[in-house]
Write a protein that binds this ligand. Structure first.
Ligand SMILES: O=C(O)CCC(=O)C(=O)O
Length: 270
């Protein structure tokens, strides 16, 4: 018979070992989903305290962004996507770039990742980093921004997040044969992502396909609770959906990519 002290120690050790085993199994499940479906929801990535700090930072970014959107003229943006033409607009100052990502939907893209958005909470989350290194192995970097989707926003245009790595055409034939090098992570900041407020829609498996085969993919939306992270391959065809709720649906995004890729360049932006 173990004395109570040893019994307690054994219980603690068993708990640690089983938690580590569960974490390992979950990482494997997330990696498997990323490989086959192209997206996955990782649970319990951020604490409630961290989400509160991130939410406060988002509210400051929103004030800064709308001081620009409401006061300087937007510039038109023309670009090609999935072998089709697209049109949008953007606002640019010496410090900030904001992209319109569909009606009522804004990407606070450049100039916003300072303060808490530049802290270890965002830049070095242990769970996310482990996942990213498991796939991309080494020489990775990340940056962050915010997607602000207002009530009444409309469906975004379908797109991949990466360049298609071809000089001619945007069907993705050169992209899909390349090792995975870019992942986007969306983090709910004030509300869960739901079907009603427009959680991201994916063409399941399209990260492995050229645009001509997108018709074979199933459109899928997944709910993402606060504290979790929606992780997806930058090659996957996806879009933000209309926000039919009465609340803003902000998302922090963290992009991880191989260091050789330049994500500070965007087609159609001067
Ligand atoms: O808002 C979303 O759910 C997705 C946003 C997105 O894909 C983008 O702006 O590139």
């Amino acid at each position: 018979m173990l004395n109570p002290f040893f019994k307690k120690i054994v219980t603690v050790i068993l708990f640690i070992v089983s938690s580590a085993a569960i974490a390992k199994v979950n990482v494997q499940a997330n990696l498997q989903e990323l490989d086959t479906r192209g997206f996955t929801v990782v649970r319990n990535v951020f604490t409630a305290e961290q989400i509160k700090l991130l939410r406060d930072a988002y509210l400051q970014c929103k004030t800064q962004a709308f001081a620009i959107i409401d006061n300087i003229p937007a510039q038109p943006r023309f670009f090609s996507e999935n072998d089709g033409n697209n049109q949008s607009k953007y606002w640019k100052t010496a410090q900030y770039t904001i992209l319109q990502a569909g009606k009522g939907r804004y990407d606070f893209y450049q100039g916003f990742d300072n303060g808490i958005l530049a802290s270890d909470i965002v830049k070095h989350n242990a769970i996310l980093e482990k996942l990213m290194l498991a796939i991309m192995k080494d020489e990775i970097t990340n940056y962050s921004g915010i997607i602000h989707s207002e009530p009444g926003s409309e469906d975004q245009y379908w797109h991949r997040d990466t360049h298609t790595l071809a000089n001619v055409g945007t069907d993705g034939s050169k992209l899909v044969i390349h090792d995975d090098f870019y992942f986007t992570i969306l983090v709910p900041l004030t509300v869960d992502f739901t079907i009603e407020n427009g959680t991201t829609e994916f063409l399941e498996g399209s990260h492995r396909l050229t645009a001509k085969d997108f018709g074979n993919c199933k459109p899928v939306q997944v709910p993402v609770p606060l504290g979790s992270a929606l992780v997806f391959n930058g090659k996957i065809n996806h879009r933000g959906k209309a926000n039919l709720s009465k609340d803003d649906r902000p998302a922090l995004y963290i992009v991880y990519h191989k260091k050789w890729y330049n994500d500070q360049y965007r087609s159609g932006i001067n």
